[in-house]
Ligand binder design. Structure first.
Ligand code: GDP
Length: 296
């Protein structure tokens, strides 16, 4: 299960603190040393860990905590709050265009789960009584168009496709037109991914971006890839001005590094979490709930 290692290590540290009637500064320092190691082992970005520990320490050695009846609990509470902050604090909502349709551009490396997530997001919007359109603009990966069409028919959401001989920019533009004419209020564009970030990929994404001016640019990253996911997010963000990140494969045994670092490193909030291959395995990302889950 995700975060298993991190959770059990943190429980260990806090188990020791919880029992104490009095907590000395040494106790706090010792606990924070262990939390630091646990976070680093969970593949959390080095600098993020350092800042996090400093913040918690600053608050934990405060007079209030030391005087508190249950200082151990007070420290756990501080860690909980800081973990929540680290992941963005509030739940980051999907923005809406002033005038429909709202265009959502999906980006990501191949295999991250971009096409699957596009379908899941369409289903989520449909459940909220919206009328989404899925757009097959990944013309390079064999079978990506077909995959989206199959997904669309499963969830009863129309898929706009023009084959693999028309440019993604043209597909995106025509899809937008199609949505307007048919009163569809969300346009979800499944763009091409590559195995690695390259200039051609970024150029094409920028062109699609310029052509349809999306309200949301969501980067889909595989949580299992830890720090790599964060580096990918950082590069995409510098080129494309992301509005959010979708973390996939949180049902796997990810250590936690991506979830805990991506907001702090890139400034982009995690908007959704995907927890399985099924089409309903997508939910809004709630930092507070995730922090509680990590603490076990
Ligand atoms: P794309 O290349 O980014 O479009 O990736 P796909 O959408 O084709 O997904 C790649 C693989 O990851 C597929 O086998 C998906 O079923 C799987 N996948 C996507 N999201 C999740 C998830 O949240 N959990 C799990 N376990 N698998 C996922």
């Amino acid at each position: 299960m995700a975060f298993e290692g991190l959770t059990s290590r943190l429980q260990n540290v806090f188990g020791k603190l919880r029992g104490k009637g009095k907590v000395s500064e040494d106790d706090v320092n010792e606990a924070m040393r262990e939390v630091r190691l646990a976070l680093l082992e969970a593949d959390v970005n080095f600098k993020v860990v350092k800042d996090f520990i400093n913040k918690v320490k600053e608050k934990a050695v405060g007079i209030e905590v030391m005087k508190s009846f249950t200082p151990g609990m007070a420290i756990i509470d501080i860690v909980n709050k800081e973990l929540t902050e680290l992941m963005g604090g509030e739940t980051a909502k999907l923005e809406k265009a002033n005038k429909p349709p709202t265009v959502i551009m999906m980006a990501g490396l191949q295999g991250a789960g971009k096409t699957t997530t596009s379908g899941k997001l369409a289903k989520l919007l449909q459940k909220q009584n919206h009328k989404p359109l899925l757009v097959a603009a990944d013309i390079y990966r064999p079978a990506a168009i077909k995959q989206l069409e199959v997904l669309g028919s499963q969830i009863n959401v129309p898929v706009f496709a023009l084959g693999d001989q028309v440019s993604p920019v043209e597909i995106a533009k025509q899809a937008l037109e199609h949505a307007r004419e048919n009163h569809l209020d969300y346009v979800i564009i499944d763009t091409a991914g590559r195995l690695h970030i390259d200039e051609a990929l970024m150029d094409e994404l920028k062109q699609v971006h310029a052509a349809v001016n999306p309200t949301e640019v969501l980067l889909v990253v595989d949580a299992m890839t830890g720090q790599d996911a964060v580096n990918v997010a950082d590069s995409f963000n510098q080129q494309l001005a992301l509005t959010g990140v979708v973390l996939t494969k949180l049902d796997g045994d990810t250590r936690g590094g991506a979830a805990l670092s991506v907001k702090a490193v890139t400034g982009c909030p995690i908007k959704f979490a995907a927890t399985g291959e099924k089409v309903d395995a997508l939910e809004p990302f709630h930092p507070e709930r995730m922090a509680s889950r990590i603490l076990g």
